[in-house]
Ligand binder design. Sequence first.
Ligand SMILES: *Cc1c(COP(=O)(O)O)cnc(C)c1O
Length: 473
Amino acid sequence: MRYVSTRGGLIGGQTSAPFSTVLLEGLASDGGLSMPEKYPQAELDAWRPLSYPALCLEIVSCFVDDIPREALKTIIDKTYTLEIFNSDEITPVRELEPGLSLLCVSNGPTLAFKDIALQLLGNLFEYVLAREERVINILGATSGDTGSSAEYAMRGKRGIKVFMLSPHKRMSAFQQAQMYALDDPNIFNLAIEGTFDCCQDIVKAVNSDAAFKAQYHLGAVNSINWSRVMAQIVYYFKGYFAATRKNGEPLDVAVPSGNFGNILAAHIAKHMGLPLRRLILATNENDVLDEFFKNGHYRPRSPEETHATSSPSMDISKASNFERYLFDCVGRDDAVMRDLWTQLAQHGGFDLAEPKHNAYWQRVQASGFVSGRSTHVDRLQTIRDVYHRYGVMIDPHTADGVKVGQEYRETGVPLLCIETALPAKFAATIEEALGQTPPRPAVYADLEQRSQHYTVLPADAEAVKTFMREQFV
Ligand SMILES: *Cc1c(COP(=O)(O)O)cnc(C)c1O
């Protein structure tokens, strides 16, 4: 399998690159994102009975042909264990009532679904870096969950340093403590005086300095890293097999979305032949994506227009991985992508419902995506509703997905809602909704009391570069 850029540029100096290159390079030379040249086809009958690691090996093998299968197996087997994910099934399905279930993908070390991908990524990195006698410095941006998930996956790993930018004072107390409590010599927490989008812009700006990028061996783990999307494809298959009795039955999935990484994996699973019917995308008050799927207008917001909400991991103004989805919808024509992204840069948005884009808009509409939006009040109501009806406590992000999912629910088609975090991470909102504190896994009992390690920096790429340089003298 070779990978190409959504905008036609070079990846690691080549027009198409193998998996290992894509793993270690962040963006393509033109700012585009890497995509597999084609989608492999699933073997549903052979895959249905497999355990999580075995299923993962089959799926990952379709996308990775430059790591021997035996090595991949070792990496995957040590990643998806009962010890790390607190479940033999790794991503168990929990039925709320017939036809309505949760896919629980947040039982890993940092209690959010991002662990599924990042734990694998950490082990893939370590393997490839050792093989190529290289080091990598991961520069990432997080609105909360990615950062801690990446740090827990990379801590103590040889050849890897992590520089994680987070929006100063904009994460939940638990999220902040979870990241900043780490005291590993290869982990650097940088609290940026700005929003998550400022952090993301800094990552892009630093990466666009080619000399700096090369000298400091920059890599990425934020949601634009292809391997994260790849790892997430696996649980859509696992969830489908658990929520249906036989292959071919339709299934709807509801996914709380921010940067579009999670639901992009569902889109790819569908292209691989998984019988997903509707992909129900839920946003919070930051509804860029809901707007696009409703009327074709993609208009990223300014930092000032981006709301700080009670589902903070979805507080984004633009959805990085959306570019990958659109690449499919424009028939994988990189010239069209360049035009659209030029328009985005010059006019702040584009309208895919314009007559000249009709063919693309039709593909969007045929892709199974529908969308909706959820607010703070909806979130509280849904948390209460699910708790009182089913005795299950869900986190505010999951609640956004359940709320919108139920609006599209149809009798006869089961609905699988993705549980993207545990309620313990967002205690304040749970307390507001239910008047009680969510249970917390024992390992985190005294989290907020631990000393915190971070450096506050202005929202300025130069300040970040200076900080990084200082770590290598
Ligand atoms: C990251 C995150 C999301 C959004 O996922 P995307 O892949 O960015 O769409 C939703 N919920 C939680 C809890 C998250 O951590």
